[in-house]
Ligand binder design. Structure first.
Ligand SMILES: [Zn+2]
Length: 64
């Protein structure tokens, strides 16, 4: 049985978006069908793309 995971979208204000593997935390510039690090099959649900993550990223930026 194959493992599955999904990409967590991290939107950055001044750089390109990144996608983080929900299983291993690997980040890639573009989402792929499988994670290059852990080999999980990705379910490409755009509903998982997180505006919450985006807000956290902006908060972190201004605190820095
Ligand atoms: Zn992974």
């Amino acid at each position: 049985m194959k493992k599955t995971a999904h990409w967590i979208c991290h939107t950055h204000v001044f750089r390109s978006d990144e996608y983080e593997c929900s299983n291993c935390g690997e980040t890639v510039a573009k989402p792929k069908k499988t994670c290059p690090n852990c080999g999980c099959t990705m379910r490409g649900s755009k509903g998982d793309l997180g505006w919450v993550d985006e807000m956290e990223a902006i908060d972190a930026f201004f605190e820095d």
